[in-house]
Design a protein around this ligand. Structure first.
Ligand code: SF4
Ligand code: SF4
Length: 157
């Protein structure tokens, strides 16, 4: 995010305010990873148990040589929880809550502005301070799903 002898490009903060346009939730394939806390929070929000939530709304994906749980998508690759709005917005996953303050977009102003070409909420609205930004970027959830795998039907090898 920054070299030792220079300040990060976001030293004076960055503007972001979601327009709820849904572009990042619809229309193209992708993974929305679920941490243990996400699973707990969304299950409670949906008033279901964790196992039921996992079986109905998630799939196993492989990333960085490890298994993670990701939300499933509709046939057109729209997130399963998108219905004109995010229907689990108060408990949306960490990945969704921290977007766009992800390390990959904070490496340079160029990367940040490239993200703006996709997301209309970037560079508008509320100014987020450097410490807020670094809090989001440094908050790495626990994606270990080993304790849930016994509930998950394994795909044949
Ligand atoms: S693309 Fe950006 S503005 Fe649109 S819903 Fe996603 S985060 Fe919000
Ligand atoms: S959980 Fe909500 S915010 Fe996250 S991708 Fe799905 S619809 Fe979008």
């Amino acid at each position: 995010m920054k070299s030792q002898d220079s300040k990060p490009f976001y030293e004076k903060g960055l503007q972001f305010e979601c327009t709820r346009c849904g572009k990042c939730c619809t229309g193209f394939p992708g993974y929305v990873y679920l941490s243990e806390t996400d699973i707990k929070n969304i299950s409670e929000f949906l008033q279901t148990d964790k196992e039921g939530f996992i079986k109905r709304y998630t799939r196993i994906v492989y990333v960085f040589h490890e298994e993670r749980l990701s939300l499933i998508e509709k046939a057109d690759y729209t997130c399963i929880f998108w219905d004109k709005i995010c229907t689990i917005y108060p408990t949306r996953p960490h990945q969704c809550r921290t977007y766009p303050f992800w390390k990959r977009y904070l490496v340079s102003a160029r990367e940040w502005n490239k993200a703006h070409e996709f997301c209309p909420g970037i560079n508008r609205g509320r100014l987020h301070t450097k410490s807020e930004i670094e809090h989001f970027a440094g908050d790495i959830p626990n994606y270990d799903i080993s304790k849930f795998l016994h509930t998950y039907p394994r795909e044949p090898e």
